[in-house]
Design a protein around this ligand. Structure first.
Ligand code: UDP
Ligand code: MG
Length: 317
């Protein structure tokens, strides 16, 4: 019988774990799906991991690990993928904002041959206007840069074992799960879902972390910003040729401009262009630097008793 693994990255979600385990296990039993739940506590500082351990002792299908610190949701997803043994894997938030009722649909589509089932948001849940605006702008820029619809795509997905294995062979440290499945290809289908409201706890995203996420992902998936540097250079050259000719002609005619203002303006504008370009290039160098160091994506500190074998991320029991 086919096994479904569900990966749930969790950061400070002590109030959600028990409820999520109950909801999912009841659903799986009702639908007669063989399952395992893999919780990745992303360096939670509250009782999240002890909740996971408690659930795991009561139900051996629940497994979990605790990172040594907060490594971010991407790292959580990849650690979870690494631990799965199922024939298909679903990644979802552990706050049940991704509605569990969609799981049987995804499972059915997988049985019918889909290798990736993308969860597609039909709404964005109840969010503040400010959040909507910032997230909206973020997704618009992202969609342009990586040529996929970011606004409705999410981390709620089903992946076939083959796809999981492909993702696990990717050597990069800075992953962007949402877009990597598009990169991977395979037989992809979509299923719509409505984002639910969070019952317990609060969202972990601040405007600042969202911005950092946006920049990191835009640059990890596109080199377009680098071409912006070339564009700025081209504009400056055209401009300087025109201005240069005009200045020379005026000089030869004996009435050269009194150009102090021109000089200041030019220095400021070109200085700005150069610094911006250096910043963009510097950002890419920083990314290369991070990748070259080759540090693991995450470090596992504790595991539940039903997890055996070694996992990457330098875990020693
Ligand atoms: N999460 C995580 N590490 C983090 C931040 C969040 O593993 O550093 C998890 C979190 O526990 C949740 C999911 O990622 O299961 C989505 O986070 P959240 O609900 O805060 O985001 P939102 O739903 O508001 O986009
Ligand atoms: Mg959430």
């Amino acid at each position: 019988m086919a096994l479904l693994s569900i990966v749930l990255p969790s950061y400070n979600e002590e109030m959600n774990i028990a409820n999520t385990v109950k909801t999912l296990s009841e659903l799986m039993e009702r639908e007669r799906i063989e399952y395992e739940l893999i919780f990745v506590s992303d360096g939670s500082t509250d009782g999240t991991f002890s909740e996971i351990k408690k659930a795991s002792e009561a139900n051996p299908r629940v497994k979990g690990v605790q990172f040594s610190r907060n490594f971010g949701k991407e790292a959580g997803i990849f650690a979870g993928l690494e631990l799965t043994v199922g024939d298909a894997v679903i990644v979802m938030d552990c706050d049940l904002q991704h509605p569990p009722e969609v799981i049987p649909k995804m499972w059915q589509m997988w049985k019918e041959g889909a290798q990736i089932v993308e969860g597609k948001k039909s709404n964005r849940g109840k969010e503040s206007i400010f959040y909507k605006m910032s997230a909206g702008l973020f997704y618009k820029i992202m969609s342009k840069l990586i040529k996929m619809d970011m606004n409705s795509s999410s981390d709620f997905k089903l992946l076939d074992r083959k796809v999981v294995n492909v993702l696990l062979t990717l050597p990069e440290r800075n992953t962007f799960f949402r877009a990597l499945t598009f990169w991977a290809g395979f037989d992809t289908r979509t299923v719509e879902y409505e984002v639910q409201e969070r019952k317990y706890g609060a969202s972990k995203w601040s405007l600042w972390s969202l911005m950092k996420y946006a920049i990191a992902n835009a640059t990890s998936f596109s080199t377009l910003p680098l071409q912006l540097v070339t564009l700025m250079g081209t504009i400056s050259i055209i401009f300087s040729v025109i201005l240069g000719i005009q200045t020379l002609v005026k000089y030869l005619m004996g009435n050269s401009v009194e150009g102090f203002t021109t000089v200041i303006l030019l220095i400021l504008i070109i200085g700005g262009f150069i610094m911006l370009s250096l910043g963009i290039i510097g950002h890419y160098i920083a990314r290369v630097y991070e990748e070259v160091k080759g540090r693991p994506k995450y470090v596992i500190n504790y595991v539940t008793d039903n997890i055996r074998g070694n996992v990457t991320g330098s875990w020693k029991k």
